[in-house]
Write a protein that binds this ligand. Structure first.
Ligand code: P1T
Length: 383
């Protein structure tokens, strides 16, 4: 199947008991057994291990990312946590130096405390990256494009390096790109992670996470971690994400069109200093974007003010009318965010400055409204 068919049919079956076209919300914690240890249906005994609505979503996830196994979690961070739980004290992780603030907080305040060593590096410096690999390296963690600076990493080039080291897993947070634009497993990554709260769900009505892998053994190990620790997605939320996936291709196409128009508008605005959008030829990683993001460059646009003033960013955000000032991204409605004060406040100020999350930096999640209305809104707020 082609991608646009997979989002609707991939891994899906009509409900065997009723013929329902959409999988019912199996709102049940447990399943009947006919004799001790003999469930009526051998696939289901307790919903932490498996639930049919979650299974339907997990099959869809595996299908759209070209994996063999999908796992649905109670949040994006729970999905990330599941991967990190496989590590022990002394193991080392090499991570991109620009990450969602919550991921950075988990790495530095939870796992660093338990003895795991983290190296944060710009993955575009492949020599520097390679020089950090040693016998203790177990995981390479990349976001591309990154949140919020829209940096890119060359997934295939990193996979070429990690493949030479059988003990290293290479994970890609594909939240910003979505599988409509970018398929990390095809490019050589071992694990794809999603905050399914974002584009997969697509309607700002659910918190969810996902892991997808190609290797079946790795899939079983991750499922065991998830089952044994418990951060599974409930049936109602699984249904919502599954429904979201069915229009992913339509939505992302429009997010890309609107994102490109807004990036262009901001680029030509006299009060705007820098625009970070991988679709712009001036973007430092535009060539990598053209190579690995197929069909568009997404709906996330970040920019700074010519004045460099935090107050200008705040005044702009307070004046928006169509864009909503809120954390999160990837929903049908346009959102605006001040990373330093909101989503990335958990990164210490000196670290934020070091990587470029300045106080005049604004991040836009461009929705699927009419682009003219969005541009008018930005115009009046900038004025
Ligand atoms: O919020 P949660 O579903 O747990 O996902 C965490 C997460 C992981 N990775 C990326 C790239 C993310 O953007 C997020 C969540 N981000 C926001 C809430 C935000 O506004 O940036």
């Amino acid at each position: 199947m082609k991608f646009n068919t997979k989002v609707i049919h991939g891994g899906q079956h009509h409900d065997p008991s009723t013929g329902a076209v959409m999988p019912p919300v199996y709102q049940t914690s447990t399943f009947v057994q006919t004799s001790p240890g003999k469930p009526l249906n051998p696939d289901y005994e307790y919903s932490r291990a498996a639930n049919p609505t979650r299974t339907a979503l997990e099959h869809a996830l595996a299908s759209i990312e070209n994996g063999t196994r999908g796992l649905a979690f109670s949040s994006g961070l729970a999905a990330t946590d599941c991967v990190l739980r496989g590590l022990k004290a002394g193991d080392e992780v090499i991570a991109m130096d620009d990450l969602y603030g919550g991921t950075y907080r988990m790495f530095t305040r939870i796992y660093k405390e338990s003895g795991i060593v983290f190296h944060f590096v710009d993955m575009n410096d492949l020599e520097k990256f390679q020089s950090l690999i040693n016998d203790n390296t177990r995981l390479v963690w990349v976001e591309t494009p990154t949140n919020p600076l829209m940096k890119l990493a060359d997934i295939a080039a990193i996979a070429d390096i990690t493949k030479k080291h059988p003990n290293i897993l290479f994970a890609v947070d594909n939240t910003f790109a979505t599988p409509y634009l970018q398929k990390p497993l095809d490019l050589g990554a071992d694990i794809v992670m999603h905050s399914a709260t974002k584009y997969l769900g697509g309607h700002s009505d659910v918190i969810a996470g996902a892991l997808i892998v190609k290797d079946e053994e790795l899939g079983s190990q991750l499922h065991f971690q998830q089952f044994a620790t418990g951060a599974t997605l409930g049936p109602q939320d699984s249904f919502l994400v599954l429904r979201g996936i069915k229009t992913l291709h339509l939505r992302v196409q429009r997010h890309c069109e609107n994102g490109a128009k807004i990036a262009e508008f901001l680029l030509n605005h006299p009060k705007v200093e820098c625009v970070y959008y991988p679709g712009l030829p001036s973007h430092p990683f535009h060539e990598i974007a053209k190579k690995q993001m197929i069909g568009g460059f997404g709906g996330m646009v970040t920019f700074t003010f010519k004045s460099g003033a935090k107050q200008d960013a705040i005044a702009f955000l307070e004046k928006l009318k169509v864009f909503t000032l809120a954390e999160s991204l990837g929903g049908v409605e346009s959102l605006a965010n001040h990373p330093a004060l909101m989503t990335h406040a958990s990164i210490p100020e000196d670290k934020r400055k070091e990587i470029g999350i300045t106080d005049d930096l604004v991040r836009l999640s461009v929705g699927v409204e009419d682009a003219d209305d969005l541009i008018e809104d930005l115009k009046q707020a900038l004025a």
